[in-house]
Design a protein around this ligand. Structure first.
Ligand SMILES: [Fe+2]
Length: 138
């Protein structure tokens, strides 16, 4: 049995004020309260596009224990190491194996996704496709 912190009931009511800047400048993020409820063990947030996609957004990976995505709205095309390109549309989802290198190739202007991460804070590492050189992004 996983030993998650069991915080009190929490409801997250949507409002424009609940969206904020985050890792990527072309996206906005809405943290859904799981960070506090689990004392940082889980992050669940909604992510939406706020600027048109300007092409491939960088090859990278995340150093974490668990990550999944559920596309609420729009579409996105992502390349995954060892898998290839996948086009996702509204209500598609994917388990993003920890450490898998990937790159968002495109997203629609109305793209919105829910992402769940364990733990809540983790490094993102950019990878140079040619040299393999890594640099911590955030
Ligand atoms: Fe990513």
């Amino acid at each position: 049995m996983l030993n998650f912190h069991k915080g009190p009931f929490h409801a997250s009511i949507n409002s424009e004020e609940s969206w904020s800047k985050g890792l990527r400048p072309y996206l906005e993020y809405r943290e859904l309260g799981m960070v506090k409820a689990t004392k940082g063990q889980v992050q669940a947030h909604a992510i939406r596009a706020i600027k048109p996609c300007e092409g491939p957004l960088g090859y990278h990976y995340h150093d974490l224990e668990f990550q999944m995505n559920y596309l609420l709205r729009g579409s996105t095309r992502v390349e995954f190491e060892g898998v290839g390109e996948i086009e996702f549309n509204a209500h598609d989802s994917w388990y993003q194996k920890p450490g898998i290198r990937h790159e968002v190739l495109h997203y629609s202007d109305d793209m919105m996704v829910i992402e769940i991460n364990v733990p809540a804070e983790f490094p993102t590492i950019d990878v140079d496709r040619k040299t393999g050189a890594e640099s911590v992004y955030g």
